[in-house]
Design a protein. Structure first.
Length: 428
């Protein structure tokens, strides 16, 4: 019988596993000796003003959106977050001493936000956006800590994160951080005003907008050279929100401010994850901070808004095609033949930024799935739009998408049946 030597990669993997086991045991021993396994229940002795400020900052940082599962207790965790490596579950950040952060000190909390390291010394995955929070001030971290520590403790133990090997080895995050963790995220616009500086902090750090709106690399890292240029992890894409892209889709400072405050604007309405962001985060911001966000996203000297470059020849061709027939049969009854919609009832398609997106997926998903009735802040609402997945074939849906993009968006009519079919396959 011949014995074969193990290959190089087998030895490397075995070494990584051994190191991970040793490191985990060392962490456990170190923290046990330091009193961090078990340990005293913490009490945050903060003033009412500090707690109020922390509540505002926690909203600006959008903590509730990730740390609250659908139908679950606020901040008690359990929300599943899909990644290319498996499912990550948000943790309980109420002050429960056993399954929450009731034994965490303000220093422990800061260390998690700044360095991505838990109280027990184990690495966090960047689904918790310490990659953006890293530039948060210590004063803001302490204020948020003061707020969450006075929440009602919820004894809710969430599911365990399920990642494929070798991504389930948290020790690997040490190397990931060395490669990809940046102290400050790049600016996407130009400015020097106090409003621009504040907006940069709100967008890049507290709001961590880049975590959804920035493309990801093969290791799940944000491609910082392409900050805020848009990304699609699933069916719905977070669009490009750089100054040039916003101007090309008709966004003005007033429109952005209205969108972030109410969830609706002439240019679009919030749906999918962005609806949750508006409901739990941006609508709670002060007018001054909303102005700062729009100033940063557009720059101190905003680019002029450009109308869509509609090709008359393509519009004439689209007007006699199958997409036009589907629009008249399925859409015009609510949106109108001219696409102007009904204020505060039916969203307008004309001047809407979604048909003007280069990536058609959000338009296609809205057509297939529909959009539920949206009750927005400040008494704004939009009626439900039914989905037409069962009424449109792949080719018919592609024709309708092309009609909308050409007629209202100035985009090419290049959506194919295969594009629609691929999105159907990702149906939740």
């Amino acid at each position: 019988m011949t014995l074969h030597r193990p290959g190089r990669w087998a030895l490397v993997i075995a070494a990584v596993i051994l190191i991970a086991v040793i490191a985990t045991a060392a962490f456990a021993l170190q923290n046990l000796l330091a009193g961090k396994i078990g340990g005293p229940v913490q009490v945050a002795n903060a003033s009412a003003d500090a707690v109020t400020r922390g509540k505002y900052l926690a909203a600006a940082a959008d903590c509730a959106a990730c740390h609250t599962a659908p139908g679950g207790a606020p901040f008690a965790g359990g929300l599943p977050m899909q990644s290319g490596f498996g499912t990550i579950y948000a943790t309980n950040i109420t002050p429960d001493p056993d399954v929450g952060i009731g034994r965490w000190s303000a220093e422990d909390f800061w260390h998690a936000l700044h360095s991505g390291v838990r109280r027990d010394g184990r690495q966090l995955y960047p689904a918790m956006p310490y990659t953006s929070y890293r530039d948060m001030t210590r004063a803001d971290s302490d204020a948020i800590y003061a707020y969450v520590m006075q929440l009602r403790p919820m004894k809710v133990a969430g599911p365990k994160t399920e990642l494929r090997f070798p991504f389930n080895l948290r020790l690997g995050m040490v190397g990931w951080n060395l490669l990809f963790l940046s102290d400050k995220l790049p600016a996407v616009s130009t400015g020097r005003s106090p409003a621009w500086q504040r907006g940069r902090y709100l967008v890049n750090v507290l709001g961590h907008c880049g975590e959804c709106h920035t493309p990801r690399g093969i290791a799940g890292e944000m491609k910082l050279s392409q900050s805020l240029t848009g990304f699609a992890l699933g069916r719905v894409a977070a669009p490009d929100i750089t100054p040039a892209a916003l101007a090309a889709r008709g966004w003005t400072a007033a429109g952005l401010r209205a969108f972030l405050m109410r969830g609706t604007a002439q240019q679009s309405w919030a749906f999918a994850d962005m609806r949750t962001v508006v409901a739990l985060s941006t609508r709670n911001m002060t007018a001054e901070d909303l102005d700062a966000v729009t100033t940063y996203l557009l720059g101190d000297d905003p680019l002029p808004v450009r109308p869509p470059a509609i090709d008359p020849a393509q519009v004439r061709a689209a007007a006699t095609g199958a997409g036009r027939l589907s629009y008249v049969a399925l859409c015009a009854g609510c949106h109108g033949l001219d696409g102007n919609g009904v204020p505060n009832t039916v969203v307008a398609i004309r001047n809407n930024s979604t048909p003007r997106l280069a990536d058609p997926r959000n338009l296609i998903v809205a057509m297939l799935d529909g959009v539920g009735r949206n009750n927005f802040p400040h008494s704004e609402s939009m009626e439900a739009m039914p989905g037409f997945s069962d009424k449109l074939s792949d080719s018919e849906a592609a024709e309708l998408a092309n009609y909308l993009r050409v007629t209202f968006g100035g985009q090419k009519g290049d959506v194919t049946a295969a594009d629609v079919r691929a999105l159907r396959a990702l149906s939740p």
